[in-house]
Design a protein around this ligand. Sequence first.
Ligand code: BV8
Length: 254
Amino acid sequence: MESPPELIDRAAALLRDARHICVLTGAGISAESGIPTFRDAQQGLWASYDPMQLATPEGFAEDPELVWRWYESRREYVRKAQPNPGHYALAELGLRARKLTLVTQNVDGLHQRAGSSEVVEYHGNILRDRCTAEQFVVDRAPEEAGTATLPRCAGCGALLRPDVVWFGEIIPRQALLLADAAAADCDVFLSVGTSSLVYPAAGLAESALRAGARVIEVNPNPTDLSRLADVQLRGPAGTVLPGLLARLGASGTS
Ligand code: BV8
């Protein structure tokens, strides 16, 4: 279902006049790159597992091998994936906006590969490993990746884990501060491809609204945020976002 042109125009006008755009993306923007959204990631082999169990410190402590197998299978999707027109449209918007902060809940790194800079990885990055003892990021040689079922830190021998934020874990301090500041300062908040169910990420839009920002939502389906949005663009990000950029016209936003 296409959004009516007047809604696209209204959203484009908000973006064009914006002093500071804060963008929050979720799994939906990577769906068209072939990466299952978090809720439908449970396909095939993983259908009988609950991500809410696997993406937790408890799940990892109970069965690190199972959790690593799940992450390695998801890494395969990510390695094969390419950014889609939605990612590229946000990268272009970042070049044309007076100021844009891109916060993503996604752990796939596709925004960076599409050319977006200074991406705030609110939930980390699935392709990075972290030492469970020393808590710093560990670079594993590519040939090692995907081999050991229980990879260990070459320095101290402790188990490695994916450098992502699990349920029940706090958001990395730098990401939290950058995202909170952008949500409180922005005058336009653009929510793309998220069910707005996971906190504190979902609270960013509420923070922007409290600060008087206008909210644009891009999602084929309604969400908890929809009733608070000034403009709801019902459609896939890979179509809606390029259409928005086209409506911005050559004038850009500055
Ligand atoms: C924390 C990384 C402090 C791992 C993920 C209130 C305040 C604070 C915390 C909580 C709270 N209430 C509950 C909590 C706990 C919990 C939480 O929010 N639970 C939910 C389930 C209720 N939050 C936490 O635990 C957070 N930590 O707050 O620390 C603390 C500590 C202890 C106790 C309390 C507080 C940490 C949460 C981070 C979890 N890690 N990812 C990994 O990936 O393996 S979450 C993961 O799921 C994603 O990162 C993302 O955030 C979330 C999935 O959401 P979406 O991205 O929105 O994806 P989803 O599939 O849901 O929806 C896709 C959408 O796309 C849909 O709307 C669909 O319509 C749309 N779509 C589909 N196709 C397209 C499209 N849109 C556009 N175009 C398309 N083509």
